[in-house]
Design a protein around this ligand. Sequence first.
Ligand code: PGA
Length: 247
Amino acid sequence: MKVVIVEDERQGVEMIVSDLIAVVKNKATTTVGLATGGSMETIYEELVSHGRESAVNFDEVRWFLLDEYLGLNADDPARYRAVIRKQLVDPLGLDPAHLYGPEPDLASGEDAGPKYETAIRAAGGIDLQFLGIGRDGHIGFNEPGSSLASRTRVKKLRPETREDNARYFGGHLSAVPTMAITQGIGTICDARRLVLVAWGEAKAEAIAKCVEGPVTAMAPASALQLHPHVTVVIDQGAAQQLQLKDY
Ligand code: PGA
């Protein structure tokens, strides 16, 4: 695991986007896993502006969502597919057909996991998966207690996660779905390369457990310690509780 402590979010974002552009230049058919959330927003903004300037060709890239809410209407702007359309696909002029996600229809929820796994495999697996981290150490919607070998499946959200995400639902906790479908920890770790990002002190404890803590289902991101190619990009705030910060 490579831990990169940057001066601030801006520096981290520029580094990540330059890296992604280099990856796509090197392999036009790259498959990229996309996380949603506050930590990724500046990365998508930068990718849109830098991507346009650099004239890199994204036509053959395939994009895969990490997770999706269940129980929202197909046209709900809070659906992660809609969020990624707005933040990345539309402004960068990508083909929406190249954006894949788990089927967020509650009726088909149980089938949706295996179907999504099949879609990922059919695309040759994910080359580069981006991840945020929850304050409770979740990755995707794999809440504490999730099996480290889990595959894409339906998960119930913890109150803390719903509270954190209420800001995307006008601050109304009752509007935040209680269920989601998420790539499992095993699915995430099948990606050839993982990049986890975290900004700010609120993530410091989760990052310390992810990077230095025991590998445990109670800190789902700690499973990344077993992956051969992970980069954790964090700012000074998120690095605060690392015992080996200076090293
Ligand atoms: P955030 O969420 O980027 O909005 O902080 C990350 C996560 O919950 O995985």
